[in-house]
Write a new protein. Structure first.
Length: 341
């Protein structure tokens, strides 16, 4: 091969090599770009999934407000019109202790049958009967609950319980703690929140139990001895996340009794998470305890919310506390705010 031809051939080879290098480099760059885009795509999608997942797991909350003894007996209707202003903090659930019975024909109307039935137990206590419209003023949340397990639930005998529960149902107010027999009185109330939290309410009366407690075939209020609730079993059966117990226990005092402490501790040890107390008519202590199962909370007495008996009450009985409890969907007590009224 001549020198000239050799140079041309060699130059052609070099040109081909350069072209191959350029093509390879271009392909390499394209592959690198594709790889970057692929990784970026998956990174974005993975992070989007993480954000959505985190958002779905971020705890949502439900709030509960509770008040103590409430009955419209002797109370002027105009004094009830500002309740929504007093309870002006929005809440998901509102629970009150109905200290008496409701009637569409309450005395002092001239109703002989009513007077015969509504004798109560004058040897031990007053008789509290109020017009059925009273509870209209207590519908202060989307879910309103009346606690019926107390010593005044039998003030109008068996028919008083029946009429009270019927009126509450008509008013779209839930109830817990009384019935026409033991099974009905002990039936827990289950609330399913939009956030997915299932709350189970139980209720017990400890005052004049022998006179007002429900029996197997007898109407009355729920008692802890009669109901014999197994809270852990009930939690599983009802798929409940949290149990709240209302207890009507104690007498006119701002001091917590040993009996109250024992009952609350028993409820905590047995699986109850929150205890709401009333009956002493005067605000009492609040207890917050950390256990292996989580935080436990007890209000020994909220005091009177709406109560105007025929006798003069102690000055302390004219005050009350209104707790607002915020719980998340992981069953944590997130916040407790106490309002004094």
């Amino acid at each position: 091969m001549g020198a000239h031809k050799f140079l041309k051939h060699n130059k052609a080879i070099q040109t081909i090599k350069k072209m191959k290098a350029i093509v390879f480099d271009t392909v390499k760059k394209k592959l690198l770009v594709l790889l970057i885009l692929y990784c970026l795509y998956h990174f974005i999608n993975e992070n989007d999934d993480d954000i959505a997942f985190a958002d779905s797991l971020s705890p949502k909350t439900i709030s509960i407000m509770a008040v103590g003894d409430s009955i419209g007996y002797n109370v002027d209707e105009k004094d009830l019109t500002n309740l929504d202003k007093i309870i002006q903090n929005n809440t998901d659930i509102f629970i009150f202790n109905l200290e008496g019975v409701l009637s569409k024909n309450p005395f002092p109307l001239n109703n002989i049958n009513m007077l015969k039935e509504c004798h109560g137990f004058p040897k031990y206590q007053s008789t509290f009967v109020t017009d059925y419209t009273f509870v209209d003023y207590l519908k202060l949340a989307p879910i309103t609950i009346a606690n019926l397990a107390n010593n005044h639930i039998f003030d109008c005998d068996i028919n008083g319980i029946k009429e009270t529960k019927k009126i509450l149902m008509e008013k779209d107010i839930l109830s817990v703690g009384a019935g026409q027999n033991l099974k009905e009185a002990c039936e827990p109330l289950i609330i399913q929140s939009e956030e997915g939290l299932r709350i189970m309410f139980v209720s017990y009366n400890f005052v004049l139990k022998k006179l007002v407690s429900a029996q197997t075939n007898h109407a009355g209020g729920a008692s802890i001895e009669g109901c014999k609730h197994d809270y852990n079993k009930m939690k599983l059966q009802n798929k409940a996340d949290i149990i709240i117990a209302s207890i009507h226990l104690g007498y006119w005092s701002s001091h917590v009794s040993a009996r109250q402490i024992d009952v609350v501790q028993h409820l905590f040890d047995s699986g109850v998470d929150i205890v709401i107390g009333h009956s002493p008519h005067i605000p009492q202590a609040i207890q917050k305890t950390k256990t292996i199962e989580g935080e436990k909370l007890a209000f020994f007495s909220l005091g009177n919310f709406i109560l105007k008996p025929d006798y003069v009450m102690p000055l302390e009985a004219h005050t009350t506390i209104v707790p607002k409890i915020t719980i998340d969907t992981e069953n944590n007590i997130m916040n407790v705010t106490i309002y004094s009224v």
